[in-house]
Ligand binder design. Structure first.
Ligand SMILES: [Zn+2]
Length: 215
């Protein structure tokens, strides 16, 4: 199998995030095709995670598939088209959603018009930031500065769920030609977030979180 084909195959597997343990082998992509996956794991495992966002990724109630995607996104190591193109993979570097800008992490997940429509639905329930996100640090800052601990938990959950579903939709679009409106991506976010909150309703920190989300 040629190098480009191999990398595209690994990327295709990454859309099946519930099988994320299998995907770890393919994550040699995130440091370049010549790096051993064992070295990648060494570089990424939690002891190397900077403390300033550790608790945004790993917390009680977060789904492993969400935390894992958020973890990779925090390192800015998702195999976006801009990243793949920089490695010489024969793909257009343009955004899968809008085809107007390079598909970087910050564009794809934050500043793209498509993604901002998903975020705007979240902001209607979690209070918006002072201005729309353009950089990853602004997302982290928004998560970190809520009015209460409960609001912080809701923002962490919502951010992970949105990041996961935007990345999933990007992969579905590229590999399965499944096109969804932003509102439909949000409906998936909404459904999954409600399931998480419902499953954790006996936990003190999740008490009244559903009311906060659906108000
Ligand atoms: Zn875009």
């Amino acid at each position: 199998m040629k190098k480009g084909q191999k990398e595209t195959k690994v990327e295709t597997e990454m859309q099946t995030w519930p099988r994320w343990l299998l995907v770890l082998t393919g994550l040699c992509l995130i440091h370049g095709p010549n790096r051993k996956s064992s070295n990648t794991w060494e570089a990424l495992k939690p002891r190397h995670v900077p403390q300033d966002w550790y608790d945004i990724v790993w917390f009680k109630g977060s789904l492993p598939k969400h935390a894992f995607t958020m973890w990779i996104a925090n390192y800015d190591k998702l195999p976006t088209k801009a990243r793949l193109a920089s490695w010489g993979v024969p793909v257009s570097p343009l955004c899968s959603f809008c085809s107007k800008e390079e598909e970087s992490r910050d564009h794809l997940l934050l500043s793209c018009d498509y993604s901002q429509q998903v975020w705007s639905e979240v902001f209607a329930r979690c209070q918006p930031p002072a201005s729309t996100f353009t950089k990853w640090a602004e997302l982290l800052s928004w998560i970190r500065h809520p009015r209460s601990k409960r609001a912080a938990l809701l923002r962490k959950l919502a951010a992970q769920t949105v990041v996961f579903h935007l990345w999933k939709q990007r992969n579905n679009l590229n590999h399965n030609q499944i096109s969804l409106l932003p509102i439909d991506v949000f409906k998936n976010v909404d459904r999954e977030l409600k399931n998480i909150i419902s499953s954790m309703r006996e936990t003190k920190s999740f008490k009244n979180l559903m009311v906060k989300w659906i108000r």
